[in-house]
Design a protein. Structure first.
Length: 318
């Protein structure tokens, strides 16, 4: 998984020298996490460890933009690793035609679902709120998975190899086009740069302490309520919604940035769209190969619809 482009010590020498490290005797170990980029842990002769990310999809300009964004977020108090700057002030070294960026290695672990506690959920909510406060005025690229893009992806399901996916095409087409009643998203909700993909594997903990928010590659312009809804969907659902975790998540968020009433009013629609977004892209990306099952998001959607907006607000303590 996460090693699409094999790297040797000679490949990373220029990067290490540019950030002021001696590359002599460096030991590279592949990091088998994630599904998009190539990742290595570099252990130097001094015992310092550095995390190296080779961008497999973003071009050089995209990687430069993300590294600059992370530097700005880290300097604003958002718990995310700040990329290590080169002597020339940049962050990107070109290796095999791709962007390589170095980060300080942080000790910690990403929690499994059974390891999510109310205190961890609360800390994650607070960190997300700090992110939303820090991005005021920060440039935000358009997202890749708006309704029209998802409709295009879903249209391809008609010719999918799986019969069960082909049969789902009318459902996705109908649900993505719905703009009636409580399913209608409010485009005027507070918005800005959002993480967009803050699943459990993108948050690092050391015990109960949140160490870092990771992987901002999907960061884009969006509503803050949608960003919170993504965390709610991904952190607070096992075989069903786990409401103590959900209430802790929202409480942690509101400790830092209280939600406006219109955000509460729109949260149900944002959560529904999150279910459709991730179910659609999981089919399109064939993530079943790594255990990411699209049907689990359809199950979340069914559970949300059974609650309705008022039921959801009530379960979240509103």
């Amino acid at each position: 998984m996460a090693v699409r482009t094999p790297l040797a010590s000679a490949d990373v020498r220029a990067c290490l020298e540019a950030i002021g490290r001696d590359p002599s005797g460096v030991v590279l170990d592949p990091v088998f996490a994630g599904t998009v980029n190539t990742s290595y842990l570099a252990t130097l002769a001094s015992s310092e460890r550095i995390f190296l990310r080779l961008y497999e999809q973003q071009d050089l300009d995209g990687a430069r933009h993300e590294a600059s964004m992370l530097q700005r977020l880290a300097s604003s108090g958002v718990p995310t690793p700040c990329p290590l700057a080169r002597a020339d002030g940049g962050f990107v070294t070109t290796v095999k035609g791709k962007a390589l960026v170095a980060f300080p290695f942080l000790e910690g672990a990403t929690p499994k679902q059974r390891e999510v506690t109310p205190s961890r959920a609360r800390a994650t909510g607070a960190a997300l709120a700090r992110l939303h406060l820090a991005v005021d005025g920060m440039p935000a690229p358009d997202g890749r998975f708006g309704r029209d893009a998802l409709l295009l992806l879903a249209s391809r399901f008609r010719a999918h190899a799986s019969c069960s996916v082909r049969e789902l095409h009318p459902f996705f087409d109908h649900e993505l086009r719905r703009t009636d009643g409580d399913t209608a998203r409010d485009p005027s909700l507070p918005a800005g740069l959002i993480h967009g993909d803050l699943f459990r594997d993108n948050v690092l903990f050391r015990g109960e302490e949140l160490v870092a928010l990771l992987d901002f590659e999907s960061a884009h312009a969006g509503t803050f309520a949608f960003d919170l809804a993504v965390v709610f969907l991904s952190w607070c659902y096992g075989g069903a919604f786990e409401w103590p975790l959900a209430r802790a998540l929202v409480a942690g968020y509101e400790d830092v940035r209280p939600l406006e009433q219109r955000e509460w009013d729109g949260f149900f629609a944002e959560a529904r769209f999150g279910c459709l977004r991730f179910a659609t892209t999981r089919i399109a990306d064939d993530t079943i190969r790594v255990g990411k099952l699209y049907r689990r998001f359809l199950a979340r959607l069914t559970a949300l619809d059974a609650l309705g907006p008022k039921g959801l607000a009530s379960r979240l303590g509103r």
